[in-house]
Design a protein around this ligand. Structure first.
Ligand code: URA
Length: 441
């Protein structure tokens, strides 16, 4: 086997890595024979030089095999094992809504989710805003919750794709996130380790996505669908808009509260509903639970309207150690920030552009994300009531509300949100939420 530094040099110089070298590097990463510096240098080399589909498939498989691979065949679930995964965005709390909705329609969803990455929020950080919620249950508890409730949204335990767990944390803080092969291997190693029958990818594009252009997002969508299908996991990728925060809230507790309001019907924002219904319907179709997308859409809508999806979410939270009455009394449990301030619009007009990544970074700066891998996130901070593209505003009216630990942090976030939102005389035309659907070649 080559020395790690030789493997890094090889990739740095744009050469194709052998399967044995990739496997050896990932083995060393998992068992901590590779240093953090070497892992960061490897990630940067891949970032600049890319990988062929073959190399990416080997990397994905090596990362999947770095830990335990779940096998649901002995659980007697009686339905398909399905999941959806987002490539990451701002105000993207869709997983909290779609997993219970699909469970209510007969799918089983063991969703292995991640922490915030770069400027994006992480489903796991949002769930950890729920007191008592066990996001890293052992295999027995995970299997019981999936069997009895139909969904369990959890984090990567030390057992599942540990190589990704280590590399993900290093990429987060070394500017090496936005790489198609690294994103593909990171996501799919976890999803393949979860033993799925079908996967729907939500590939984000726009100012708040890792892939800012539609072309790059489509390339990532193809890479995900191709590598997953090659590994035997039927996968469909939807390319969806992230030119503005998806939900009107961005942060941890505030997004969990937002998702609860959507599930219970207290407040349903049309863009969030559209993405939930589109992804959920694709999942049901992939799992053979419906005959076509139209039927899938109707089933997901009905699961939301009847309260069946909310019921699954409540049962999942309780089964994983959270409060029994979270949906009835979210404010009693979800942390709230001591300082809440409006962000006054500097002018009258319409919101025509949102620098969504900057809003995500404002949440990180408030303490809602990490600067270093070991940082703890503050569940209480974030943004709420963020104006969407096309909204009319008057000078001085709020563009959003900042939730902060102290007045100084709030002032910095207010300035960042004001700088990140463009107000003009004419409203632009916002994009449709779903832009493309991509299957393997
Ligand atoms: N989500 C992941 O799990 N990994 C990435 O690299 C990006 C988004």
């Amino acid at each position: 086997m080559k020395l790690p530094q030789e493997i890094i040099r090889h990739k740095r110089d744009g050469k194709v890595l052998d399967a044995a070298d990739i496997e050896a590097f990932i083995h060393g990463l998992t068992h901590e024979h590779i240093t953090e510096g070497q892992a960061a240098a490897f990630a940067m080399a891949v970032f600049f030089q890319g990988m062929s589909t073959d190399e990416c498939a080997v990397l994905t498989r090596a990362m999947m095999m770095s830990g335990h691979v779940l096998d649901w065949s002995k659980e007697g679930l009686g339905g398909p094992v399905l999941d959806k995964h987002s490539t990451g965005g701002v105000g993207d709390d869709i997983s909290l809504i779609v997993a219970p909705a699909v469970a209510a329609c007969g799918g089983f969803v063991p969703m292995i989710s991640g922490r915030g990455l770069g400027h994006t929020g992480g489903t796991l950080d949002k769930l950890e805003a729920i007191p008592g919620y066990d996001a890293t249950p052992d295999r027995t508890r995970l299997a019981r919750v999936v069997r009895e409730v139909g969904c369990a949204i959890i984090g990567q335990t030390a057992e599942l794709a540990p190589a990704d767990r280590r590399l993900y944390a290093i990429r987060d803080v070394t500017g090496t996130v936005e790489s198609i092969p690294l994103i593909t291997a990171s996501i799919l190693s976890k999803k393949l380790a979860a033993g799925l029958d079908g996967l729907v990818m939500d590939v984000k594009t726009g100012s708040g996505a890792f892939m800012q252009s539609v072309t790059d997002a489509e390339d990532l969508a193809h890479s995900l669908a191709d590598v997953a299908t090659r590994a035997g996991l039927p996968t469909v990728s939807l390319v969806t808009d992230m030119d503005q925060p998806l939900a009107s809230a961005a942060g941890n507790a505030v997004e969990t509260a937002h998702a609860i309001a959507h599930l219970t019907g207290v407040k349903r924002e049309p863009r969030v509903q559209e993405i939930v219904v589109a992804l959920g319907a694709e999942m049901l179709l992939l799992g053979g639970l419906v005959a076509d997308m139209e039927m899938g859409r109707r089933r997901i809508e009905a699961a939301l309207d009847s309260g069946a999806a909310a019921d699954r979410f409540a049962r999942m939270v309780a089964a994983l150690g959270g409060p029994n009455d979270l949906l009835q009394r979210p404010r009693a449990y979800l942390a709230s920030a001591p300082v809440v301030r409006p962000v006054p619009s500097p002018a009258s007009g319409f919101v025509t552009h949102i620098a969504t990544r900057d809003l995500g970074l404002a949440v990180v700066a408030l303490g809602g994300g990490r600067r270093r891998a070991a940082d703890l996130v503050d569940p209480a901070v974030g943004l709420t009531e963020i104006c969407s593209l096309g909204s009319p505003v008057l000078a001085g009216q709020p563009l959003a509300f900042v939730h902060a630990r102290d007045a100084g942090a709030a002032e910095i976030a207010i300035a960042a949100v004001q700088a990140g939102m463009t107000i003009a005389d004419e409203p632009g035309a916002p994009r449709a939420p779903v832009l493309a659907c991509i299957v393997a070649a």
